[in-house]
Ligand binder design. Structure first.
Ligand code: ASP
Length: 321
């Protein structure tokens, strides 16, 4: 009888003790870039939004919620805000249309979902998660993604929902200044989140409107698994922001984790080194990364990056410069 009780106690208690030791936390970004023209009022609004969203996301994790739910929550909140270049605040392509990219990855089993060049979908990140959970595919683009969104009842909005005088002015300025083949990265605000939950599961998510004056159909790094988003249990989770073409060529999100996995680098050494190497080739941007102990690194090689983090071992921290 005593042995039986001991076995039962061991069976139930040991996993709980292990779980109690698991550190958990979340980091978020709202894009990297030149932030010299940010007014005091706008800066305060952004910081408040990041703070409020992080606090709610941390509660999800603290209450035992999953890292997938926490990162999806953050990114969809930012998509609903005009302050960021994702969802509602997405920038215009050269045809004055918003085409959005998003992806999400679950480090538990490497399942992932992405959408690219989608229009009229209110929350591309929710659609990306549905691609992962409801289809046999990883990425849907354009009309196919739109049809899928309609079929599964995702919220579709009219183009007016995305209308922004500010973003239109930005596009006109870009067109006046540049030759037609150039895209510009003048609007900060791609959004992303990485998290680890109490079960040690890591997740990452990224969403963007891309770059002002991009060619119709251009897809950046944000929906590319390994470039804009990566999550791998036991190693790390990463979401990037910056000049997407470079982040694709250098597979930045996966590269951060690969250097940790194969070279035994710490999360800060790995991510800071990569950002420095990118700067050397005039590739600008930043990233957020979290490891299996909820250590967080948020380097950037630009003037600023909207960012914030909180974990069970560190207080909430929000910064831009
Ligand atoms: N990486 C995004 C893209 O190239 C833009 C950004 O992060 O600001 O589409």
């Amino acid at each position: 009888m005593q042995i039986k009780c001991l076995i039962i106690a061991t069976y139930f208690l040991i996993p709980q003790l292990i779980m109690a030791d698991q550190n958990f936390g979340i980091a978020v970004h709202g894009g990297a870039g030149v932030m010299k023209n940010l007014s005091e009022e706008r800066r305060t609004k952004i910081e408040e939004k990041v703070n409020e969203t992080l606090t709610k996301a941390y509660k999800i994790l603290n209450d035992g919620g999953t890292s997938m739910d926490a990162v999806e929550f953050v990114v969809s909140e930012f998509e609903d805000s005009p302050l960021f270049n994702a969802g509602k605040g997405s920038v215009y392509n050269s045809n004055e249309v918003q085409e959005m990219d998003a992806s999400i990855m679950n480090g538990k089993d490497r399942s992932a979902g992405a959408v690219a060049s989608v229009r009229n979908v209110k929350n591309p990140i929710k659609l990306a998660r549905k691609v992962s959970e409801l289809t046999e595919h990883i990425m849907l683009v354009g009309d196919g993604a739109y049809e899928f969104a309609k079929n599964i009842g995702e919220t579709i909005v009219d183009s007016d929902y995305f209308y922004s005088e500010k973003n239109l002015k930005r596009l006109r300025k870009a067109k006046d200044k540049l030759v037609s083949s150039n895209i510009i990265h003048d609007k900060i605000g791609t959004v992303g989140a990485v998290a680890i939950d109490k079960n040690g599961n890591i997740a990452a998510a990224t969403s963007t409107g891309g770059m002002t004056n991009k060619m119709p159909g251009r897809v950046g790094d944000s929906p590319i698994i390994g470039s804009g988003t990566w999550a791998q249990n036991g190693v790390c989770g990463v979401s990037t922001t910056g000049h997407g073409e470079f982040f694709i060529k250098y597979q930045v999100a996966r590269e951060v984790c690969a250097r940790m996995e194969y070279m035994n680098k710490s999360i800060s050494d790995s991510s800071e080194e990569i950002l420095m190497e990118l700067k050397d080739i005039n590739a600008y941007g930043g990233l957020i990364a979290i490891d299996s102990e909820a250590n967080i690194s948020m380097p950037f090689n630009t003037h600023g990056m909207i960012r914030g983090s909180v974990s069970n071992k560190t207080n909430i921290n929000v910064a831009i410069y």
